[in-house]
Design a protein around this ligand. Structure first.
Ligand SMILES: *Cc1c(COP(=O)(O)O)cnc(C)c1O
Length: 232
């Protein structure tokens, strides 16, 4: 047999990842259609993204503004970009308008900067508020006790639509109770803020668990593209 080409391999891995989402959704009585797979392409080249797109995949995630800008220019239309990384205020102008969803609003001054840029462009920028549910000093995100107040202020800013919450659990701890805590927070906020619906949680190592705990968006890199060639 011929060895699989890299693009075939990506298509196969995408199908496997989708299969794992379907299985996890069914195990927990959820609809698989309620979960969006964002293929996190940071550190992989534009050809890898192209291979995934040509196999029918639409949602891709990047964590650096410059890399997003370069790949978006290379790939052109037909891709929905998600910004998932730590965003510096001076990179906001690159990301707003390019990203269909900014997952990583982790502090209010960043929300203000995104708001100003979106208003300047005459756009509404969909965002998620990143919550540090694991209280990990190494991880970005607003503290859990402050999250409700931050969401309430962010959603009131012009040019922003706060559509949900995102988290990255610390390494080496059981992510399940942390995913459940983010879901509980979303459920508490929802009566007041009905547009706060999404839960962006789960990566290669734990996206099955995240889906079981209610993720509506999983951010999966290596399970789709293979081992990441450059640390990102
Ligand atoms: C890199 C990254 C991912 C994907 O990580 P994998 O382990 O490759 O699945 C998801 N979310 C964020 C915020 C990331 O930076």
């Amino acid at each position: 047999m011929m060895p699989a080409s890299p693009s075939q391999t990506i298509a196969v891995r995408l199908a496997e990842a989708r299969g794992r989402i379907v299985d996890a959704a069914e195990r927990s009585g959820r609809s698989p259609g309620a979960v969006t797979l964002v293929a996190v392409s940071k550190g992989f080249d534009a050809d890898a993204v192209r291979a995934a797109r040509d196999s029918g995949h639409v949602d891709f995630g990047e964590s650096r503004a410059q890399e997003l800008e370069a790949k978006a220019a290379d790939l052109g239309p037909g891709v929905r970009w998600h910004f998932v990384g730590r965003l510096q205020r001076n990179k906001v102008k690159v990301v707003v308008g390019l990203a269909s969803l900014v997952h990583s609003v982790d502090r209010e001054p960043l929300a203000v900067a995104i708001s100003e840029r979106a208003v300047g462009l005459g756009r509404i920028q969909p965002v998620l508020v990143q919550v540090n549910v694991g209280e990990d000093p190494a991880k970005a995100g607003v503290a859990l006790p402050e999250a409700a107040d931050v969401v309430s202020r962010v959603r009131a800013m012009d040019g922003l639509s706060c559509q949900g919450l995102m988290t990255i659990p610390p390494a080496g701890v059981d992510p399940r109770p942390l995913f459940a805590r983010l879901r509980d927070l979303r459920d508490e906020l929802r009566p007041r803020f009905p547009e706060v619906q999404h839960l962006s949680m789960g990566m290669t190592s734990d996206f099955d668990i995240a889906v079981e705990e209610g993720a509506t968006i999983v951010r999966v890199g290596e399970a789709v593209f293979g081992p990441r060639p450059t640390p990102a």
